[in-house]
Design a protein around this ligand. Sequence first.
Ligand code: MG
Length: 280
Amino acid sequence: MEKWPIGVFASIDAGLGVKLEVAKELGIPTIQLHAPAKETRTPENAEAFLNKLSDFGITLTAVFGGFEGESYADIPTVEKTVGLVPPETRAERTIEMKEISDFAKLLKCNVVALHLGFVPHDTQCDLYKEILAITQDVCDHCNANGQSLHLETGQETADGLLQFLKDVERDNLFVNFDPANMILYGTGEPIEALKKIGSYVKSIHCKDGTWADKPGEEWGCEVALGKGDVGMETYLRTLNELGYEGPLTIEREIPQDPQRQKEEIGGAVKLLSDLKGMIG
Ligand code: MG
């Protein structure tokens, strides 16, 4: 693959990403896929999707797990509902994450990713140890499928995440870096964070956002790429310095407004292509 192919976060069914047809119309050569609903994760559907990817000339670079009942309404709701951390749903979601890894294998994809949820800061508490154990379990399942597991950033500070990555002690565990999430969740300055965890960064999101008045308590605002506080040129220059050559995957999650979503993703493609020409 060429250095820094443009990508977009996409969905097969009613997920957060764009439809594959939109990626094709915009001439985007790679996607990350939001895992489709459980009942549609069949071998037949996997084969049909692979054929469609091949027809469209699109490469699948990661499959993102997501679960029913997750809500990104506000930060406390994320803490209660997202990922493998909430105890009520942990066992069933861990099983489902392994099924998503198996589905990704059917799609011949060797990267599986997810929002793990809010990992506690206290590394001595029981919850931290439980989250370590399930992450090891999921990593080992992915490893048996020949896959890496990428954790999406945002819910932890760079230092917290770095500690966690080390404590899991699995060499197929990496990071999907999302600079906007650091701003939206108020967990730290994104470029500084990227430099700290750079050696773990194996996939990225190109997303932008503006800081909240009270970072960490209320949401920042997700905005079109280049309109927020990330600083896309500095972001790409930093990735370049770190030796990152993987896809630049645009994430713009406004599925309720598909026309605007397509326009803004088109704008992001243009911005990233210009920066690639300058830096890459
Ligand atoms: Mg993201």
